[in-house]
Ligand binder design. Sequence first.
Ligand code: UD1
Ligand code: CA
Length: 451
Amino acid sequence: MTARSSLTVVLAAGEGTRMRSLTPKVLHPVAGQSLLAHVLRAAPSSESATLAVVIGPDHTAVADEARGQRGDAAIFVQRERLGTAHAVLAAREAIARGADDLLIAFGDTPLISAATFERLRAALKAGAALAVLGFRAADATGYGRLLTAGGRLVAIREHADASAEERKIDLCNAGVMAFRGDKALAILDRIDNHNRKGEYYLTDAVAIVNDMGLEAVVIETSEDEVRGINTKAQLAEAEAVMQARLRKRALEAGVTMIAPETVFLAADTKFGKDVTIEPFVVIGPGVTIEDGAVIHSFSHLVETSVGSRASVGPYARLRPGTSLGEGAKIGNFVETKAARLEAGVKVNHLSYIGDTEIGAGSNIGAGTITCNYDGFSKHKTLIGKAAFVGTNSSLVAPVKIGNGAYIGSGSVITRNVPDDAMAVERSPLNIREGGAARYREIKTRNKKPKA
Ligand code: UD1
Ligand code: CA
């Protein structure tokens, strides 16, 4: 049996003025990735799956995001905003290629799951020409209402066009639909704009399918899965739903979190076995945490890989390009960026380590700073294996510290230090015997008694 082929058309042409933002609506993030990325990742992806994204004019950033997420995404521009059916038909060329299943999704509905797309496709396989995703809305205002009769879907009535009686229906159109591919264009081409808004409504497809003597069905899901985002408040609600899902998934994967509600994850966070995340940790996109690693409280990680049994924080900030080897330790008030620390490296207190590579087993003392920026460009610091950098040292890049080298505390290192060398850069220490006593005596003698 060969798998049914599919085309998913994602409508992403909304400019999202209600977000009060210059950023196109579908590029706003939830759990560290754009709304659009969530939808694209849920859409079928296999050898036999293709993808089309419909964008508004001049939305090249949306096209870039789509291609970045799915290299195979075909981009279509809807020049005028004439309704959801009109938007779908912007991808006519892709639809005309005739996949078995045509799936439609909105780019502003980030919580949709892959399983739901598969349920819609199963309904097509079972004989329906059109399967519509429905949900029971707590407040149905604004949604298209699903009109059913004898278990079949007969029409969708848009809120603006619905009668008072129809507005009482709480079963609503989520916006996600699946069409039998060989009928899709014939159905879509029959949609007109004879309604109150003068728009080409995708939802009219249901009545047309019934007219043609074909079957339309409803597949129900929870309201949480199909929340559309129009405002920043809805964006925050979607974030909360997504975080709850991600925490549950992490706990199921064996991550230990004593206060999961205080931990923020990204949709792409990857965990090994026996990982512990303490309360109040924020994990941004691109983070991998391997077996047995511990992330202590109040740490913030982005685009970082944490090796097995490594330990981070409390109060650590790991910025993009950080990679920690097995058993490495990053302590409190340490910031790293583009830093590769090999196995067993310790940076335990109050340091900045940027554009740096540190070989296995090296120890970086408290307050060490890699001076990677000269006001014009960034430079690299290379530290060998088993080196020891004394506290409060400044390593002025570009600079190399050899294997087994030893840097005395408080040094400003501006030249390369060879393997096994000791480097100390420090003004001479001046100790005057009895000096403190003499100083106190002079000060006391000169002090005027209080009036
Ligand atoms: C639509 C549905 C409604 C459903 C609701 C679910 C129609 C006619 N109505 O209503 O039944 O309950 O979604 O949220 O389909 N878009 C374009 N180009 C256009 C118009 C829309 O790309 O010309 C995109 C929008 O960016 C958005 C999606 O299609 O992502 C839905 O459009 P929107 O105007 O929000 O439709 P609703 O009125 O919410
Ligand atoms: Ca909408």
